[in-house]
Design a protein around this ligand. Structure first.
Ligand code: AMP
Length: 381
């Protein structure tokens, strides 16, 4: 009996546990809160990430450790790695936790990125704005996610407000200023690398965000093969450079027909949720296969899929369940503004029938404006 330990007990851990059940796996989850939603499916240890007693109990009960949450302190991951195999490695985690280290690595590997500068003081912000130009975005280097810890500057006058919002974090988590990319599309590659270096990607996914939070994903993305191949090549180079094991997502902006890398998520990713119903093997199961060192499953598409995220609260499931290819995911979390509480995936054999289903759902769920770009894309826009 193999027990997989997961650091972080949110919906990603929950979906991992669900996908691992057919493989006969057991799970143990660690989180800082008692009501972590993966705890509804797997035993849960509650403790601070730096609590050695909790970490040691966790390590003693699992065969391998992985993450649902990338902001587990890298030292805690290293401490665990001295006792039990940890995938992805603490080094990969540390790079992905720091936007500056991550962007510097992208550059070293020849993966294009938006212009960026490290910022450690108000004066440095001024100099960085000079170099990068406007508009631009000031971001925390660490601990930011879903658009949190970001401030957009449109004019030089915004510098004071940006510094008031984030300046206090310059010493603790560090800051980075990035050029604002007026992208045509946002894309992500979800990929998996096994313990022996076997590498697979799912089809490229197109994503739409609302207020920095993922709202809709469409796969396969309707892009030319040149772009898709470039994205896959970036992902492979990154995975090899980090000797990465497991699933990760590389988020990309597409601007003027070229790709710019935004960030690396060292875990299963929201833009890969469609793989549960829309691919031969889901990102969750392939992540487990990778960390366990067993063969990876195929990643080909089963038709066309669109994922709709439920943020803040769940709508009525009825309209989704009434669709032939409609699949419902309730994470068992209490609703709260900005919180991801579930998603739906709609799958269909053709772009046209998927577009029709999305239009029906958009009307019934009052999400017409959010599904419109995906419908447009499916119709060749
Ligand atoms: P992040 O936390 O870096 O993934 O940012 C969340 C979202 O904010 C991204 O998916 C984009 O929609 C937007 N965003 C972040 N950085 C930039 C940028 N440099 N230019 C334009 N939009 C951005």
């Amino acid at each position: 009996m193999t027990t997989v330990g997961i650091l972080g007990g949110g919906q990603l851990a929950r979906m991992m546990a669900l996908s691992g059940a057919p493989l006969g796996l057991r799970f143990l989850v660690m989180d800082t809160v008692v009501d972590a939603c993966a705890g509804q499916f797997a035993p849960l240890i509650v403790g601070d990430w730096r609590d050695e007693r909790a970490l040691s109990e966790f390590a003693s009960k699992v065969d391998v450790v992985t993450f649902d949450f990338e902001n587990v302190p890298a030292e805690s991951a290293r401490w665990l790695a001295e006792r039990v195999p940890v995938f992805p490695s603490p080094r990969a985690l540390a790079v992905a936790q720091d936007r500056l280290a991550e962007k510097s690595l992208f550059q070293e590997l020849g993966i294009p990125v938006p212009p960026f500068e490290a910022v450690d003081s108000r004066d440095a912000l001024e100099r960085a704005v000079e170099v990068i130009g406007l508009p631009c975005i000031l971001k925390t280097r660490r601990l930011g996610y879903d658009g949190k810890g970001q401030f957009r500057l449109r004019t030089r006058e915004d510098m004071d407000a940006a510094w008031t919002a984030l300046g206090a974090q310059a010493d603790s988590v560090g800051l980075i200023l990035e050029a604002f990319v007026a992208f045509d599309r946002e894309l992500s590659v979800v990929a998996v690398r096994g313990r022996e270096g076997e590498f697979k990607t799912w089809s490229l996914t197109e994503n739409w965000h609302v207020d920095g939070v993922l709202s809709v994903s469409l796969a396969p993305a309707r892009v030319d093969t040149r772009l898709q191949d470039a994205a896959f090549d970036h992902a492979r180079r990154l995975a090899e450079a980090l000797d990465y094991v497991g699933v990760f997502a590389l988020e990309l902006f597409c601007h003027g027909g070229e790709l710019l890398a935004n960030e690396l998520a060292p875990r299963v990713h929201n833009s890969g949720h469609w793989t549960v119903e829309g691919a031969e093997t889901s990102q969750f199961q392939n992540h487990l296969r990778a960390v366990l060192g067993v063969p990876l499953g195929g990643t080909s598409n089963l038709g066309h899929a669109c994922m709709l995220n439920w943020v803040g609260g769940l709508p009525d499931a009825g309209p989704v369940l009434a669709e032939d290819g409609g699949h419902w995911h309730d994470y068992g979390k209490s609703p709260r503004a900005g919180r991801k509480v579930g998603h739906a995936t709609v799958r269909s054999d053709s772009p046209d029938t998927l577009a029709e289903a999305l239009v029906r759902l958009g009307d019934r769920l009052e999400r017409g404006t959010q599904v419109a770009p995906a419908v447009d894309r499916l119709r060749g826009g």
